[in-house]
Design a protein around this ligand. Structure first.
Ligand code: IMP
Length: 194
């Protein structure tokens, strides 16, 4: 069986491949530029998956993710990768730390969110969500991962995602949770799509 992943992000593709290889599912990349103009993670994931299905006619997945900070009413949210006008990881993190300066720990609650949408025909799709809760730390810690990882404190381990080896992050992350749900669905329904 194969599914198409509508993403240009190589890191995401590797995570999908790792999760699905045990099921003998081949992940084929669909790398077209698709503007993320939705107002929710679901809308963006849906847009990517739908365009990919329409062009390939193969079951297609799209994923959108980001960081939601409670005291900022959900920002940066769907704007996570372009929170700073220059839109690079280091500047995005600095902007967030600057905005939260002076806020005590209990006001720094945040979560990473991932939404995966799988189109299996032109009018049928399935949605898989994952979240992980934490706090925005007072400074950067660790160099692992990407994006907001060095400032996202995972309280159960007392470390930021930037301080965790990738194998650990990939067991607890928002994307890992959404991917687990997708995997369960594919195991149950494999025969319908192969
Ligand atoms: P997109 O899903 O490729 O549109 O980008 C999501 C953006 O959210 C990334 O550029 C990061 O800024 C942020 N993000 C999503 N997942 C993670 C993660 O696992 N660690 C750190 N930042 C993340």
């Amino acid at each position: 069986m194969k599914i198409v992943l509508a993403s240009k992000n190589k890191g995401k593709r590797r995570e999908f491949e790792n999760f699905l290889k045990a099921l003998n599912i081949k992940v084929i990349p669909f790398e077209k530029d698709i503007e993320e103009r939705g107002l929710t993670f679901f809308e963006n994931a849906c847009l990517k998956a739908k365009i990919s299905f329409e062009e390939t006619k193969i079951p297609s997945a799209g994923e959108d993710s980001g960081l939601v900070v409670d005291c900022l009413y959900g920002m940066p949210g769907v704007f996570s990768n372009r929170f700073h006008e220059k839109g690079n990881d280091r500047k995005n993190r600095k902007r967030l730390l600057d905005i939260l300066k002076g806020r005590p720990f209990n006001e720094r609650k945040a979560r990473f969110v991932s939404c995966i949408v799988l189109f299996t025909s032109s009018d049928k799709y399935f949605v898989f969500n994952g979240e992980v809760e934490g706090f925005i730390d007072f400074e950067e810690k660790g160099t692992q991962g990407f994006g907001y990882d060095p400032i996202f404190l995972y309280p159960q381990l007392g470390k930021t995602f930037g301080q965790l080896p990738l194998e650990i992050k990939n067991r607890i992350s928002h994307r890992a949770k959404a991917l687990m749900e997708l995997k369960k669905f594919l195991i149950k329904n494999e025969s319908s799509f192969s």
